[in-house]
Design a binder for this molecule. Sequence first.
Ligand code: HEC
Length: 128
Amino acid sequence: MFAPTPSTDHATALHHSKTLRLATAALTLAGATLMAASPARAQGADIFKDADLALGQKLIAEHQCTQCHISKVGGDGSAMYKPMGKINTAGLLRGMVEMCNTTMNLGLFPEEVTAVAAVLNRDHYKFK
Ligand code: HEC
């Protein structure tokens, strides 16, 4: 006579779903690696790819970044931005803006710091 064994079936089902989850995680990882390995986009560095450039421009105007830089270096202030200087990667550029944010008490959110740095990168630094 046939006797169902629910506990064994249950254990098997659990085992399968766990395997499936592991496989999904492995695929997700593989996808992330592929994306990281893909060539840099035309817009520039990866860390700026989701940046809100319009927001960045607005914040730069609001916080008078350029006015102060002009008062220091003259011209249009862009001489302040030195892509060949100490700030020579996208990560350092974002870090510099984060430092300004802290020292000048601007109270920018992380995504706003990213937006500001992304605009500087597009217009001046052009890091990949
Ligand atoms: C009160 C004046 C002042 C204001 C306002 C100001 N800056 Fe600056 N900024 C400076 C000075 C001075 C330096 C040069 C510091 C140095 O070389 O160590 C500088 C340097 C920088 C640099 C590094 C340039 C490089 O390539 O070495 C960045 C990036 C920068 N500022 C971004 C900003 C942003 C973004 C804002 C607005 C949110 C801002 N600054 C507002 C005075 C100012």
